[in-house]
Design a protein around this ligand. Structure first.
Ligand code: F6R
Length: 606
């Protein structure tokens, strides 16, 4: 959940480069930050709690000397977000500094043993032990390189660590289950938690895999497998993301930019190699059980897609929140099970834990993620790349659309190959999937204004209901999650038929109820639920399609979308209005939608 960055340059100083890179990694955590550099045999360090801009204003992060350095932006797991717990962490001699992303699970016993040898700890983090372990090894006459190698052998858990030493002209990087990539340019070498941090400097990258150590210097980049110390030969790859793709491109927030990128995200998701979709379909056909496993927004995509499998193929695809998978379903998993694991980051610990458990029991894994080189991509039997480009806003928007698109494509393809969809239905649904991007492109600017009007209604309220039926129950849940996480208004999404079983007790004059109402049979049923709420004074807000005349008539405000997409594809076109409502509500309440409090973009802890 933290961002780390390191670099060595052959001209100029590194501190301003690290500072800029940390800004680009801030979405991974933003409760404290720091930079350490090496200059003339000394280590220089500046760090504090707060956001990077605040720290820079106080400490001037650019003024550290030297051509080698590492930086860190933190999302606290062990130890409060304060200056002492901010990274980089140093050893007792003040010569070694480390930046760590992940969790060292056995740090307590290591810390005790180091303390008994006289080491003094300055923080309450798990990470600091790594700096002292290196120090201890160096005291025992090991080289810096060997010290890091041996230290890694003692720790368990997840980590991406960059380490520097005042007497060395290198950065040492190790990795297990947390991301770390290496960048190379004519002016230097880099390591970073994620690609956007590298883009201002280079698009040439080398992946580092679990269990490997990279020794970065201006002379060369050496990668070794820690277990047997063998040298790894790995070629660089070129990243074709432009700088602009990882910047705001004129929008006030990344979230808004990413909402506007959704038509393209749909088209890009549909660019997937169809052979992969066919292989994934075949795996499902050969299985007896199918689970869809994910967390948060990605789980909502799974929930939606379970309806498509059921409707088009009469298949019981079981959606499951990843953190519950082990207790609820793992016992049922065997060699004839397929797990579709969905995670935009590919790093979410709960999802990975569920996948690893299922894999151990013999299941086949279809991974759906947006991050090449992520752990999910690596451990899946088949990996479907969402190709949404970087998503910087903490709240998932365009990656949700990509997930819906890719998973719909898979469910439709499966039904065509093995289920109930005739050639005609298959072709129609495929063309509707492409059409969804055109529909969104056409309505985005108009509904942006309509969403602002709805935001004015809900911004002063404390509670909002999001209601629907059928596949759009997933949209209701997702709409509520978006509102909660960025505007801090309590919101509940649930099937509209459930109101009278409890939640309706909360409804009073002016209570906002947002109904997601596709046309057809569902709208007839939802109409009754709308009337129940209206009769108790609720403010009725509808997201609907143009020909749902009755729904519009009984609504106080509505957003209407011109489309006759099949109902199973409507979650794709209903999502952007719900995201925009949340976005504008957050703005009206003066909240930063890109960096909601207490949240981070990738959740690498259980
Ligand atoms: C909400 C959001 C989270 C993520 C969840 C899973 O906007 O972004 O709920 O969906 O943390 O993350 P991934 O998809 O990376 O596994």
């Amino acid at each position: 959940m933290c961002g780390i960055f390191g670099c060595i340059v052959n001209e100029g100083e590194v501190a301003p480069l690290i500072h800029l890179a940390l800004k680009r990694l801030e979405y991974r955590g933003y409760d404290s930050a720091g930079i350490a550099t090496v200059y003339k045999g000394l280590l220089f360090l500046k760090k504090d709690s707060g956001r990077i801009d605040e720290i820079h204003e106080k400490l001037d992060l650019n003024s550290l000397p030297g051509m080698i350095g590492i930086g860190h932006t933190r999302w606290a797991t062990h130890g409060a977000p304060n200056m002492e717990n901010a990274h980089p962490h140093t050893d007792c001699t003040g010569k070694i500094a480390i930046a760590h992303n992940g969790i060292i699970e056995n740090y307590i016993e290591i810390k005790k043993s180091l303390e008994s040898k006289g080491h003094i700890f300055k923080s309450r983090t798990d990470s600091e032990v790594f700096a002292h372990l290196i120090e201890d090894n160096i005291k025992n006459n090991m080289s810096f390189e060997d010290s890091v190698k041996q230290a890694v052998k003692l720790i368990s858990g997840s980590y991406a660590i960059a380490a520097i030493h005042a007497d060395e002209d290198k950065i040492l990087c190790v990795k297990n289950e947390s991301p770390l990539i290496i960048g190379i340019s004519d002016n230097g070498v880099f390591c970073a938690s994620d690609i956007p941090a590298l883009l201002p400097y280079t698009n040439r990258v080398i992946e580092l895999f679990d269990g490997e150590m990279a020794i970065l210097s201006l002379r060369n980049i050496k990668i070794i497998r820690i277990k047997d110390e063998s040298i790894v030969q790995r070629y660089e790859t070129i990243i074709d993301w432009s700088m602009d793709m990882a910047e705001k491109g004129g929008f006030p927030h990344f979230m808004l930019k990413e909402i506007y990128e959704q038509p393209r995200a749909i088209r890009d998701a549909l660019r997937i190699d169809k052979r992969l979709i066919n292989i994934a379909s075949m795996l499902i056909e050969n299985s007896d059980r199918l689970f869809l496993v994910a967390c948060g927004t990605s789980y909502h995509a799974c929930l939606a897609i379970s309806y498509i499998f059921s409707e088009l193929s009469l298949i019981n695809a079981i959606p499951c929140i990843a953190s519950e998978f082990l207790k609820s379903y793992a016992q049922l998993v065997d060699e004839s099970t397929v797990v579709i694991a969905v995670s935009q980051s590919g790093e979410t610990r709960d999802t990975l834990t569920a996948v690893k458990n299922a894999k151990m029991r013999g299941a086949q894994i279809i991974g759906v993620t947006n991050v090449i080189g992520s752990e999910l991509a690596r451990i899946s039997d088949i990996y479907l790349n969402m190709q949404a480009g970087p998503e910087i806003g903490v709240a998932a928007t365009k990656t949700y659309i990509s997930q819906l698109t890719l998973l719909s494509l898979l469910a439709i393809n499966f039904s065509h190959n093995y289920g109930l969809a005739s050639e005609n239905i298959y072709r129609r649904l495929l063309s509707e999937l492409y059409e969804a991007s055109v529909i969104i492109e056409k309505y985005l600017r108009r509904i942006d204004n309509e969403a602002k009007r709805i935001a004015q209604v809900i911004a002063p309220r404390e509670n909002v209901f999001y209601l629907s039926r059928g596949i759009n129950v997933a949209s209701a849940l997702e709409g509520a999650l978006k509102l909660k996480e960025i505007s801090y208004i309590h919101a509940e999404g649930y099937p509209a038929g459930e109101s009278k079983h409890g939640p309706i007790a909360l409804v009073e004059e002016g209570f906002p109820c947002i109904f997601i109402t596709p046309t057809g049979e569902t709208s007839v049923k939802i109409l009754g639920n709308i009337m129940e709420m209206k009769a108790r004074g609720a403010k009725i807000i509808s997201i609907t399609q143009d020909d749902a005349h009755e729904v519009k008539e009984v609504s106080d405000i509505f957003i209407s979308i011109e489309s006759n997409l099949s109902e199973i594809l409507t979650p794709i076109i209903f999502s952007p209005p719900l995201q925009l409502i949340a976005y504008h509500t957050a703005i009206l309440r003066l909240k930063d939608p890109d960096k909601p409090r207490n949240l981070a973009k990738s959740v690498t802890v259980p």
